[in-house]
Write a protein that binds this ligand. Structure first.
Ligand code: HQG
Length: 181
């Protein structure tokens, strides 16, 4: 029961810290941070009572390390996955030669035409290994894993960013760099 409550709270945090801070009357700063006190107050005002210790537990145990506190512990943000425009301050870094993207078959015709688009998020999300990409795809159905020739993309001047929780991010992947695994 407690676990369920923590999972539900974690989903709500993802929603608030990535997509809909306005849903509880919050604004993120330009780097995605929000004051912990404000967050807890606003969540409570919208029916989710969490204390600081519970929030720390969610941050520490999140399977994907979705959230991080700043150095003072006074602010919190999502590590990636935003649709709200924020500058996470990630520096471009050289990707491994091959990355993976997990999706489902129904998206393949559009992906073949347009390449991988970030959709409502700020970046296309890529995984360093097939197993992770399969998990991402499985959220939507039978997973299909695409290989991304990130080495060539990078040589062609595309920028890649590694989020602090190990997700590779890039703006767009043209179809010519994709292979069906
Ligand atoms: C697809 C989760 C049609 C794309 C995961 C994906 C990840 C296209 C969907 C993170 C397309 C977007 C992100 C095109 C891409 N035409 N469909 N041209 N280009 N797509 O959720 O990568 O649990 O925005 O294949 O683990 O699925 O939230 O991205 O299926 O790290 O922390 O459009 O979310 O993490 O879906 O997942 P999403 P995603 P969390």
């Amino acid at each position: 029961a407690d676990r369920d409550r923590m999972v539900r709270a974690s989903r709500r945090l993802s929603l608030v810290l990535r997509h809909r801070p306005d849903s509880v009357g919050l604004e993120l700063d330009e780097h995605g941070w929000v004051a912990v006190d404000d967050l807890l107050t606003r969540l409570a005002a919208h029916g989710l009572r969490l204390d600081r210790a519970e929030l720390e537990r969610i941050v520490a145990t999140s399977d994907k390390q979705r959230f991080a506190f700043d150095q003072t512990g006074e602010r919190i943000r999502a590590n990636q996955g935003h649709s709200v425009v924020v500058d996470l301050g990630l520096r471009p870094s050289a990707p491994p030669p091959l990355l993976f993207h997990g999706t489902v078959a129904r998206f393949l015709p559009a992906i073949a035409r347009e390449g991988l688009n970030p959709g409502s998020r700020q970046h296309v999300h890529l995984s360093a290994d097939v197993a992770t990409a399969e998990r991402v795809g499985r959220r939507r159905g039978l997973p299909v894993v695409l290989g991304v020739d990130s080495g060539t993309m990078s040589a062609d001047a595309a920028e890649f960013f590694l989020s602090v929780n190990g997700v590779w991010l890039t703006g767009h992947v043209p179809a010519r760099y994709l292979t069906l695994d």
